[in-house]
Ligand binder design. Structure first.
Ligand code: 5AD
Length: 339
């Protein structure tokens, strides 16, 4: 098994059969070597820096109905919120004063945020916070919309592909959501010049090891600048409320594998990973992760952006303590992908 890690480290690749073996093992020595090699790789390209991104949750209204997600439109018990243009801008400004140089504007697919509105917001953030990067995470939009927002100053876009296997994708989403459309969005974003992030949930209902291999192959083909993966965490008011969640072990193993496959990628230790275990984030950081996205949303809306149960709203000081405890240095720089 250890040879498989070495082979992946050397070639940035393995056969499907080898990948399957590595994904399925919970051998401690293998985990340790994977952690070492993933850490070496991240240090080679990014040193010991962990980039902080200020996450602003702009809306919990969503027209979509993803079966796993707490803010799906059929969840009538969800309390909804949406930040005004001014609130979003002032939130970024106060983050800027605290040193943040990347802002991630994330929200459900909410028609309120027209291209015109988004462009105004982006333009003003860029005006008031020069030298910052603006990352958007607003779901599927038209090529035209992506183009306009890029022109207004947006730099990066996060859109998890969620599942590269059509059958699994359809089990996780309502019929009107189509995998091909989502993948087209990712390629459109690349064409428009965004730094792009894709990704998936680990341990989602119905997900098999073969499905995960398909996700890894998809990521190799797309070759994104960022990859976001985190454990599936059930949400009480969704059809998947009774399903098992993803594990720390498998999530961390996949983070290590992704670091070795896509050496220069920006890889966040996600909130979901920190939520399911007190040492999840530290393990992630020690296994190739080099980004953390602290929530800097206004206090009064935070509890309402509930994608999954117990979603933590953690203090920045705890996050910084984790990063330092894991052996790394907090960086507030823009932290662009080096390629
Ligand atoms: N558990 C974990 N992650 C989730 N997401 C949505 N719902 C859940 C859940 N129940 C993830 C999706 C989405 C991202 C914003 O949050 O992958 O792309």
């Amino acid at each position: 098994m250890i040879e498989l890690v070495e082979k992946l480290h050397e070639n940035n690749n393995l056969t499907d059969k080898e990948l399957k073996q590595l994904i399925e093992t919970d051998d401690k020595n293998t985990a340790q070597i994977l952690r070492q090699r993933a850490d070496e790789t991240r240090r080679k390209y990014y040193g010991n820096k962990v980039f902080l991104r200020g996450l602003i949750e702009i809306s919990s209204f969503c027209r979509n109905d993803c079966l796993y997600c707490g803010i799906r439109c059929s969840n009538k018990s969800a309390e909804r919120f949406r930040l005004t243009e001014n609130k979003i801008i002032s939130c970024a400004e106060s983050g800027y004063k605290r040193g943040f140089r990347t802002f991630v504007l994330q929200g459900g697919e909410d028609d309120y945020y027209t291209d015109e509105r988004m462009c105004r917001i982006i333009t003003q953030i860029k005006e008031k916070c020069p030298d910052c990067a603006v990352t958007l995470s607003l779901g599927e939009r038209t090529p035209e919309s992506y183009r306009l927002m890029k022109r207004a100053g947006a730099d990066r876009y996060l859109l998890r592909h969620e599942a590269a296997d059509t059958e699994l994708y359809q089990k996780l989403h309502p019929p009107k959501m189509i995998l091909d459309k989502r993948i087209n969005c990712l390629y459109n974003l690349k064409v428009e010049g965004y730094q792009v992030g894709a990704g998936f949930m680990v341990g989602a209902p119905f997900q098999t090891v073969d499905n995960i291999i398909a996700d890894l192959r998809f990521l190799q083909n797309l070759n994104p600048h960022m990859v976001g993966i985190g454990p599936f965490v059930p949400h009480h008011a969704t059809p998947f409320s009774g399903c098992a969640g993803g594990t720390v072990g498998l999530t961390v193993r996949l983070l290590g594998i992704i670091r070795l496959m896509l050496s220069e990628v920006l890889l966040p230790a996600t909130t979901a990973l920190g939520t399911i275990s007190p040492d999840g984030r530290i393990l992630g950081l020690q296994t190739g992760c080099n980004v953390v996205m602290p929530n800097i949303s206004p206090d009064d809306s935070r509890d309402k952006y509930e994608l999954y149960n117990n979603k933590s709203t953690e203090e920045l000081s705890n996050i910084i303590a984790d990063i330092e405890r894991a052996g790394y240095e907090v960086s507030m720089e823009r932290g662009d992908c080096i390629r």
